[in-house]
Design a protein around this ligand. Structure first.
Ligand SMILES: Nc1ncnc2c1ncn2[C@@H]1O[C@H](COP(=O)(O)OP(=O)(O)OP(=O)(O)O)[C@@H](O)[C@H]1O
Ligand SMILES: Nc1ccn([C@@H]2O[C@H](COP(=O)(O)O)[C@@H](O)[C@H]2O)c(=O)n1
Length: 194
């Protein structure tokens, strides 16, 4: 049985950083599920058709990490048929041996409700905005507005809203360095493995 690690949380909380580090540490596969929504939003046209026909090359389109691509992703992510079109791919990915780490918004609640480890990674919105501003070379106040708007949309949508699974461990990275946050996450997985 593959071991599944589900990592959810709001924008720029450090999910991807932790997910990549866990996958490298344990030799697991990693899927940034946000990229599926970013690529779907960036394709344009009918978003349901875009999700149904998503290809590997769509995931390498330039500009997918931009704030605009994040906003477009969160709009199309509220459409139930878009989400439904992406479920099978994510579940198949999660089923790979020896294990997989998936990060997103609904991994522990909808995609992999039986995941062995569930982390909900968060941080204060100002901290997240400052980190994202530094990453993109953007203004922190603009990023704060963008993150708040996206988080609100993600939390308030009717289908698969952003929320911690009832059995998720909350990992607040506001006052943690990247290496401290990774160490806490590794310890959490080791608790399940031993
Ligand atoms: N504990 C931390 N301390 C300082 N910076 C961090 C920390 N964790 C992550 N970062 C930085 O914050 C930024 C956002 O992190 P990351 O991309 O991992 O977040 P995310 O939750 O995956 O974002 P998104 O929701 O957009 O996919 C990156 O530049 C990353 O290097
Ligand atoms: N499992 C997921 C992952 C992402 N989304 C939506 O995509 C947007 C972009 O995600 P990032 O992780 O790259 O920031 C995000 O704001 C969500 O709207 C999702 O719904 N479910």
């Amino acid at each position: 049985m593959p071991l599944i690690i589900a990592i959810d949380g709001p924008a720029a909380s450090g999910k991807g950083t932790i997910a990549r580090a866990l996958a490298a540490h344990f030799g697991f596969h990693h899927l940034d599920t946000g990229l599926l929504y970013r690529a779907t939003g960036a394709k344009g046209g009918d978003p349901v058709l875009a999700a149904q026909t998503l290809t590997a090359s769509d995931l390498t389109r330039p500009g997918l990490r931009s704030a605009q691509a994040g906003q477009a992703a969160s709009r199309i992510a509220a459409i139930p048929a878009v989400r439904a079109a992406l479920v099978d791919f994510q579940r198949r990915f999660a089923g790979q041996e020896p294990g997989a780490v998936l990060d997103g918004r609904d991994i522990g609640t909808v995609i992999c409700p039986d995941a062995a480890v569930k982390l909900y990674v968060t941080a204060s919105d100002r901290t997240r905005a400052a980190r994202r501003a530094a990453e993109l070379g953007a203004d922190a106040d603009t990023m704060l507005k963008e993150l708040r708007e996206r988080d609100r949309r993600d939390r308030e949508r009717a289908t698969a809203p952003l929320r911690p699974a009832s059995d998720a461990v909350i990992l607040d990275t506001t006052d943690l360095t990247i290496s401290d946050a990774i160490a806490v996450a590794i310890a959490q997985v080791n608790r399940v493995l031993t």
